[in-house]
Design a protein around this ligand. Structure first.
Ligand code: PAD
Ligand code: ZN
Length: 366
């Protein structure tokens, strides 16, 4: 079938919105009509050439839609089901999947790096030449073929544009607080970077019962949003030194410090903001080849530094829970959507993200 998609050809060049060929789903795959796909900073890293990606490639990994057809052997969904797309394809059989960490799946990781489905091939093409799929989702397109394991069935009264945000930013942020850090009630938290993902770390920490949540950003309007999402204190790092400020506000350092930007300097800041016995959690994706340097003897203070991939998501457990929280009025999603764009204006959406104008923009196909 023909689909309309936003195609990445090379860094520093706008995405091209054009018609591509999409094959039918093969065994164990699902064809989804995309309803909406959020614009995440990870895609901007690819566009800016900071992280490599095979090309040409259809970007977009924060999507939700409606199942249109299923391939042979698919039993989990049927046409008409509403689904969120997971951006971490999982095989269900490797040791990571078996142990309950599908976000680290061996074969999913390979497929993501190769820009393919789990079998190493693409379903997208143009003039007979393969076009790659970002994260086996390729959500900036009218339709997507994805592995069965990448779809998460959700209730049909959940608005699909809100559901799309759960596919990356919300799962990653809330999951980093709840699954990775396991934020304790009454604890102190700092979050560096209050964009689409960082705001969700803040609301995840608030859901977990953190007492003090210190938001750090360079932009006052992001810090205002951070308060709406549960921050109790704010630090504008363009005006004051953030480590000193956070230590002052938290009586010496926080229990959990999250880095949600993707820069070695701010990873170091997060580490320095954590108190003795505290934890720094790196969520941001830094430019390929970056390194962070840490003072060696500080580990005797039992500080931990860890990464968080997709908020430790177990998609079919966590995502329906996030949907329930939204439907119960306990998770903010409406407030995350700053702008809605049609696919044709996707480059404007990326420019708005680059300029720090938005919490999240959504490309809507509705
Ligand atoms: P975003 O651009 O919406 O937010 C970044 C925020 O950081 C903005 O509000 C900036 O103003 C702020 N900022 C920039 N520099 C500084 C600084 N020096 N000090 C304080 N604040 C600053 O991005 P996003 O929220 O979409 O993504 C954030 C990162 O998370 C990005 O690196 C992305 O690739 C990564 C990510 N990781 C995963 C994962 O699985 N770990 C998933 C999704 C996104
Ligand atoms: Zn993302």
């Amino acid at each position: 079938m023909k689909v309309k998609a936003a195609v990445f050809y090379r860094p520093q060049q706008p995405l091209a919105v054009e018609e591509l060929d999409l094959e039918e789903p093969r065994a164990g795959e699902v064809l989804v009509r995309v309803a909406a796909c959020g614009v995440c900073h990870s895609d901007l890293h690819f566009l800016d050439g900071l992280v490599p990606l095979p090309s040409p490639c259809v970007l977009g990994h924060e999507a939700a839609g409606v199942v249109e057809r299923v391939g042979e052997g698919v039993t989990y969904v049927q046409p008409g089901d509403h689904v969120i797309l997971s951006f971490a394809p999982a095989c269900g059989r490797c040791s990571y999947c078996e142990v309950g960490r599908p976000n680290l799946c061996t074969y999913g990781g390979r497929a993501m790096a190769a820009g393919t489905m789990l079998d190493g091939t693409t379903r997208l093409s143009r003039d007979g030449q393969p076009v790659y799929h970002e994260a086996a989702v390729a959500g900036f397109a009218t339709h997507a073929v994805v592995p069965e394991a990448s779809v998460v069935k959700i209730r049909e009264d959940m608005p699909l544009d809100r559901a799309a945000l759960i596919g990356c930013g919300v799962m990653t942020g809330v999951g980093a607080a709840i699954n990775t850090a396991k934020v304790q009630p009454g604890s102190d938290v700092a979050v560096i970077g209050c964009g689409g993902v960082g705001l969700n770390v803040i609301q995840g920490a608030a859901l977990a019962g953190a007492a003090r949540i210190i938001a750090v950003d360079l932009l006052d309007h992001k810090l205002e949003l951070a308060r709406q999402f549960g921050a109790t204190d704010t630090v504008n790092a363009s005006r004051e030194e953030p480590v000193t400020a956070v230590r002052r506000l938290s009586a010496g350092g926080v229990d959990y410090a999250f880095e949600v930007i993707g820069r070695p300097e701010t990873i170091r800041q997060a580490f320095d903001m954590a108190r003795r016995g505290g934890m720094a959690i790196v969520v941001g994706l830094s430019p390929s080849g970056s390194h962070v340097s840490l003072p060696a003897n500080i580990f005797l203070m039992e500080k931990t530094i860890t990464g968080s991939a997709y908020g430790g998501a177990r998609p079919r457990v966590d995502m329906p829970r996030l949907v329930e929280l939204y439907m119960a009025g306990k998770l903010k999603l409406d407030e995350l959507i700053s702008r809605v764009y049609p696919l044709e204006r996707i480059n404007e959406a990326f420019e708005a993200l680059r300029q720090g104008e938005v919490a999240r923009s959504v490309i809507s196909f509705l």
